[in-house]
Design a protein around this ligand. Structure first.
Ligand code: 13P
Ligand code: SF4
Length: 319
């Protein structure tokens, strides 16, 4: 406890000294979420993290999240220094979509508009026409469909499947998945719903279709927060990374949040509703990178203009 308090003090001081701001994702440890807000940074979803980092005056951004979030910040602000507590904090969607294979897939389908999820490398972004996050994917694909586009979608098959079902768009799909959301189980979720008949079910669309089918609200991390705030219920079952529980409980005192069931416990499942890469972020890591300047994110300068285009399109669409 004392050590945590000392680390927080150190980070507060270093953020000021280095003209830096802390940007945290909803899935990281509550300490990093609270500290980001308290020091003038932000805790948010990947879309708002990108926008905030681009618009903030600080010269250094400390991105507490996973690698693609740091890279997106660098692409949007190449002149800024982007630091991350752990450079190995990756994402199964990013790792499962290597650029050479992806480019070959795109080359086979030149008639399709390439829409990629933010959870990808800078090189994959540079090969795309549009970037989306889970909070704007539905609207963007729907608008493209209305203009007659056929879509090549990557990398998350569950999010892609959800959008296809909702919009009816013609989507050719890369077969990636998130190791956290892929673990949610419909059969066990149904049993839990029966035990809590008044509860509303909130599901992130990276979850399998059978789980999404049981949801009262489907959406990104920010959409889940919004649903919890506005829906008329006292109990909620939540199928997303359990890092979200902190904000959900903080913003909704008096409401109860229950984790949706995964395949097993920590001994038997790979992720158990908490992203192992998000978990690499720590107070000690943030203090260390601020102090030393280590763990800077670099993106190939040649890629930046091409990777920026699809991100700018998304930010303009959602402005
Ligand atoms: P959001 O875009 O909703 O923040 O989600 C990012 C992510 O990695 C979900 O697993
Ligand atoms: Fe990637 Fe899933 Fe972790 Fe999000 S929760 S960063 S999609 S592995």
């Amino acid at each position: 406890q004392q050590e945590r308090a000392a680390l927080k003090d150190k980070i507060r001081r270093l953020l000021k000294e280095k003209n830096a701001v802390l940007v945290s994702h909803y899935y990281v440890h509550p300490d990093l979420q609270d500290l980001a807000e308290e020091t003038g940074g932000i805790v948010s979803d990947s879309l708002e993290m990108a926008r905030f980092g681009r618009d903030h005056a600080a010269q250094t951004l400390v991105v507490s999240g996973v690698r693609f979030m740091g890279e997106t910040a660098k692409i949007l602000s190449p002149e800024k220094t982007i630091l991350m507590p752990d450079l190995d904090a990756n994402c199964s969607l990013d790792l499962g979509c290597p650029v050479d294979d992806f480019a070959a897939f795109c080359d086979q389908h030149p008639d399709r508009t390439v829409v990629v999820y933010a959870n990808t490398s800078a090189a994959v972004k540079a090969r795309s026409d549009w970037l989306v996050t889970s909070s704007c994917a539905l609207e963007i694909v729907s608008a493209l469909k209305d203009k007659g586009h056929k879509i090549l979608w990557a990398p998350d098959k569950h999010l892609g499947g959800y959008i296809q079902r909702e919009t009816g768009a013609d989507m050719l799909m890369w077969q990636g998945s998130c190791i956290v959301h892929d673990e949610f189980k419909a059969f066990e979720l149904e049993a839990l719903i029966q035990q809590h008949p008044g509860a509303k079910v909130l599901v992130h669309p990276e979850s399998p279709a059978e789980v999404v089918a049981l949801a009262d609200a489907v959406g990104s991390t920010s959409a889940i927060l919004n649903a919890a705030r506005t829906m008329d219920a006292k109990e909620f079952i939540v199928a997303t990374d359990n890092g979200m529980m902190h904000k959900l409980r903080q913003l909704n005192p008096g409401k109860t949040f229950i984790e949706a069931p995964t395949a097993g416990n920590s001994a038997t499942c790979k992720s158990c509703a908490h992203c192992p890469w998000m978990a690499m972020n720590s107070l000690a890591g943030v203090a260390r990178v601020l102090e030393t300047g280590l763990n800077e994110i670099h993106v190939d300068p040649e890629l930046i203009p091409r990777a920026r285009q699809p991100i700018d399109r998304m930010l303009a669409f959602t402005a």
